[in-house]
Design a protein around this ligand. Structure first.
Ligand code: 1QQ
Length: 372
């Protein structure tokens, strides 16, 4: 009896001493996306993107013996749920890195937990210029900020339309819609375009007639809108119902086909700066699109960014010498350079924000079409 317990113990010690138990070869990646709530249109595309990327990386053999395992959770478009999901990822699932959450507002509440627990976070859709990578050195953002997209998008629109003045409508209770507004205002001012009026709304609002009527009375040549897509579609529809045909440019919230699904023909001609050039003939982009089509999904920018988030983490593991621990991945991010992705060649700036080419798209016949 005594002897057999001892030999069992000896076997257990020998097993523990094995250099590569199969469990050690699985690297868990947590993904927190808005699968329900106000931002669910983005979350569905992000889910499709990470699932495909995990499969593609695992099939490619790029990580040699390492297999990526996805742990997907719903942040429910809420700060509280975002915090709860991050806690589970960090303490229960012991993930090596976290992708998400969907909204900047949720990230401002959840990312500090990951920073505290020294767990890398990869935002793939947070575009508020301030308050995301500032959280700390474990936050490595793949998504371009509004400050990286809007100034050049405005120039493209200006060259096309030649407006002399502008107005802005924005949500004043969300980190992204507020941050986007700051960039719109600064970009118009830098371009010397007078702002004739600014109106605000809250995320829960569904009726924008009062703000639109006030803006229309000032007769601006151009309207910039910083809103999440559910509100964006309602704003565009209600503006056209008022008989107001002002050219509209949205911020990142407009980059979902949900805009056209909800607003229908009212969305025609709406412009938006985007981090994903869907028309790029780059083979990595074409393979990404073909992969999504094969899975029955018509991908949008959010899908392409989420897919890229996984590629960036995989490259960080490779750059760290095929090591997938939290510190390994963080160290690996600093070495990611000109990585081929559906967004183009990807690198990080010293601020740990993503760096790659941006584009501008316009709604034409119910679909986004790349301008330029
Ligand atoms: C943010 C955004 C949203 C529009 C997309 C998810 O950019 O919250 O930062």
């Amino acid at each position: 009896m005594f002897a057999s317990v001892r030999s069992l113990a000896a076997t257990a010690v020998a097993l523990l001493a094995l250099p590569t138990l199969s469990a050690a070869e699985t690297v868990k990646i947590g993904a927190a996306f808005s699968l329900t709530g106000n931002a669910a249109a983005y979350g569905a595309q992000q889910k499709a993107g990470v699932q495909a990327a995990i499969d593609d990386v695992n099939k490619s053999g790029k990580l040699k013996g390492i297999t990526l395992e996805l742990v997907l959770e719903d942040d429910a478009t809420s700060k509280e749920q975002g915090i709860a999901v991050f806690q589970r990822f960090i303490n229960r699932d012991k993930v090596s890195a976290i992708i998400g959450p969907t909204l900047s507002t949720t990230a401002t509440a959840a990312d500090p937990l990951a920073q505290q627990a020294r767990t890398p976070v990869v935002p793939v859709s947070n575009t508020a210029p301030k308050g995301i990578t500032d959280i700390g050195d474990y936050v490595w953002r793949v998504s371009l900020t509004e400050a990286q997209v809007i100034p050049s998008a405005l120039k493209v629109a200006q060259a096309k339309i030649g407006f002399k003045n502008a107005a802005i409508l924005y949500g004043n209770d969300d980190a992204f819609t507020k941050g986007g507004f700051d960039v719109m205002k600064a970009s118009l001012e830098a371009a010397g375009i007078p702002i004739v009026d600014i109106q605000t709304f809250a995320t829960k609002d569904r009726d924008f007639n009062a703000q639109l009527t006030a803006l229309k009375a000032k007769n601006p040549d151009f309207l910039m809108v910083s809103a999440l897509v559910e509100q964006a579609a309602a704003i565009v529809s209600q503006a056209r119902q008022l008989g107001w045909n002002v050219p509209i440019m949205g911020g990142n919230g407009f980059n979902s086909p949900k805009l056209m699904a909800n607003a229908g023909p009212a969305a025609e001609g709406v412009m938006v700066g985007t981090a994903w050039n869907k028309a790029s003939a780059d083979p990595v982009n074409q393979a990404f699109i073909a992969g999504q089509k094969a899975r029955g999904n018509d991908p949008d920018q959010f899908c392409a960014q989420a897919y890229t988030g996984v590629l960036v983490i995989a490259d960080a593991i490779a750059q760290a010498g095929m090591k997938g621990g939290r510190e390994d991945i963080k160290a690996g991010f600093a070495k990611v350079k000109d990585l081929p992705t559906p967004l183009g060649k990807f690198s990080f700036l010293p601020s740990r924000d993503g760096n790659h080419a941006a584009a501008v798209q316009v709604v034409k016949n119910g679909k986004f079409e790349i301008l330029q």
